[in-house]
Design a protein around this ligand. Sequence first.
Ligand code: GLV
Ligand code: MN
Ligand code: MN
Length: 412
Amino acid sequence: MSLTINSDRLTRELDQLAGFSDAAAPAVTRLVYSEQDRRARAFLKDLFRDAGLEVLEDAVGNTFARWPGSDPDLPAAATGSHIDAVPNGGKFDGTVGVLGALEAIRALQSAGFRPRRSIELIVFTAEEPTRFGPGCFGSRLATGSMVDWQAGRLADKDGKTLDQWRGEAGFEGSLESVAWREGRYASFVELHIEQGPELEKAGVPLGIVTAIAAPVCFRVIVEGEGGHAGTVPMSGRRDALCAAAAIVLEVERAARTAGAEESVATVGSFDVFPGAANGIPSRVRLQIDIRDIDRARRDQVMNLIMTSCRDCALGRKLTVRAEPISMDAPAECSPEITAALVRAAETHGLGWRHMVSRACHDTLFMTRVAPAGMLFIPCRGGISHRPDEYAAPEAIASGALVLAEALAELSR
Ligand code: GLV
Ligand code: MN
Ligand code: MN
């Protein structure tokens, strides 16, 4: 079978998809269910149908583009990723695994390949945690890792609920219906930019992922006492922002003192109420993201941070409430899938190395329902979640080629 990736078409489509954005290029901001997300979905569905794929969507907008196999009742070989983008992000995170998979399918079609199992390209809804809190929302719900009543309580920071958002975006039906029946997929492979510097530094074109680190995320709400910035003396203040600032520094300290490079903790979202320049802040809401490849060390950092929150509340005489958002176990990729990816890379004479993913991905949840794995390509400087995120067209084309080769094996 001779597989050819049309790199020009793939580059053009990635550029077109990046055009659906709430930020000026080269930045991409595309939050789930926003107007730009809806337009991007319509663009993709047209491409999928043009490639002869059958398109289905579930009640939250997870999208399934299916190339029926000659034995369509067998569990499908799946691939895919996400298209939502963090605020002021880049154009390759997630999208490479969606458009790269489409290109892989088109390469297989052009080569005259006929799959026995159906090949299904999945576009997961809300991989990014921006709108609702938990990351990988679509795959969490579909794989039964989050249940319908938990999803039903999700809302954005202004209180607008998941149901309101998805209804406006045209997605209806029960949240319960999103969960898959057991055994729906025979395999899952996600193509993704590395989002770190390892492959570029090593000069290796492909990373074959063996394990995925998982974040612990929680929301902290600090409640103090507001008042006039001029008339309330410093001695009597219970300023929520000063307390929150102290907590942020403790988050940094806890991760630094864990003693491992893989131990990281971040406060990336911070809302101050009421936000008046001459008013003492009465409430602050922040979100903490703690990660490690070692679960015990990660949880130790979390416990340190919790203790700091309690100490801060006592010392400053205000309330600090921590609400868990997600706490997932790291995942191992399937040896069966990593072996298929190794064979596919070697068939095309491409160098590879095994590696761990420090970022989180929908594959983490897919490992719970099917043999699953990931294929990484290098990105410039290891930069991601920034407008200057970049992956070279040749690197993306190599990823799509190896994905196509692996899908051919996995769909037999
Ligand atoms: C996904 O972008 C993550 O949070 O790792
Ligand atoms: Mn991301
Ligand atoms: Mn991603």
